[in-house]
Write a protein that binds this ligand. Sequence first.
Ligand code: ADP
Ligand code: LRH
Length: 474
Amino acid sequence: MTSLVFAAVDLGASSGRVIAGVVNDGTTRLHTVHRFRNEAVVQGGHLRWAFTALFEEVLTGLRQLASRYPDVVSIGIDTWGVDYGLLDDDGRLLAEPISYRDARTGSALTQLHGEVGGPEAMYAVNGLQPLRFNTIYQLCAERSSPEYPTAKRAVLLPDLLVYWLTGELGSELTIASTTGLVDPRTRRWSPAARAAIDLPDDFLPPLRHAGQVVGPLRPEIVRRTGLPSSTVVTTVGSHDTASAVVGLPATAPRFGFVSCGTWSLAGLELDEPVVTPEALQAGLSNESGVDDRVLFLRNLSGLWLLQESQRTWAAAGTPYGLDALLAKAHALPSGGPVVDVDSADFLAPGGMPARIDAAVVAAGYRPLESPAAVTRCILDSLAVAYARSLHRAASLAGSTLDAIHLVGGGSRNTLLCQLTADLAGVPVVAGPVEATALGNVLIQARTHGAATGNLEDVRASIAGSAAARRFQPA
Ligand code: ADP
Ligand code: LRH
């Protein structure tokens, strides 16, 4: 059988990549053709993504891909959740999208909860962990922005890239489910959530599902990338977490997952949402996965804590490489201080080690003495949070855990994997690092006839070939 080539565009909060997925007789191989840094920057008084520049990087990657693979069947796009761009009547982007880490939503959550009758009422509508940067709170704050009066649509970031590539507007369900504006039971835009923020009817484009052919590339994109005019864009789990869950090499029926990059998303895949007061209490979201699965997960501050600490040390003139830091952290004794990785105190960029130290001291421990101690504290705290969240999610879903699949850049961190296995008392299967791109490619492959079956079949096709390491609990 001949190989089919699919392009996965995967934008994470710390880096983006364009990856070729070569599918041949049921085997999928990934080749990264372009990787670029990503970081939110202050511009016009807000922390924004340089999204127009990121799109240029995507085009650069597609150009490189086209030069290596003459026939690219399709492109799939996924990005981080919740953020959006505002378009005017002519479809022009009004400003670079504001990052979820911007301070503008400071009071929007409390204000909106006050208006709708509390967090319980909001959760009953959208089943989402009330994080102040959920799109619904961002749009609430947006109402007083200078762009809002001329804005006609809010387009989620992967959908914006699809729009720029094809000219077609829509909202893929998995990314839409991070907004707080989707009802997890009906999997449609929630009229109640829209009414809560007085959102005009057509402000959010119509929903579409993963596995739909959106259409061909605009002629200008064909010209600029050198891709064949037959290449189409296909919707995938355009929320990176949803694609990562597709790309788990899972064979056990009751598995938990941790999608571990800048954020850590720890949870389970279910058939039906769990929208109960206990789930709200546990901080668990019901996001949409591919094929109408429910991702019952907790959104935890992930390796952002370490990335930002490294950035702070480097800015102070003492950079520490990741390998050296992790080796020193590994050598420290267990049982050290842990902090609440979910604290809103860690959301904004800047001065992270001092903020972690302050949290440690506030919790009654001695101050952290070295970058290695800060690193160890971050990893211990993350592992505690993973173990707790996964067991809580399993108990609320009436299930148990046979294995935990830890994927994303964090799956390279052996200390974190072992600590998670030890604290959860469940084996951890680590990898693939690029589970998100793999899930992205697999849904394209299935849409174009190069793979078949449900998600279990799709995962079985990668379980044998994916590079995964197993960590047994101590
Ligand atoms: P995102 O998609 O959110 O940008 P990634 O999935 O690329 O994030 O994960 C980035 C994180 O992976 C880094 O912050 C880093 O802590 C971790 N990581 C990357 N490479 C390694 C490595 N060789 N060893 C340990 N951790 C790593
Ligand atoms: C992880 C992620 C996560 C959250 C966050 C904003 O990259 O998509 O699921 O939504 O970004």
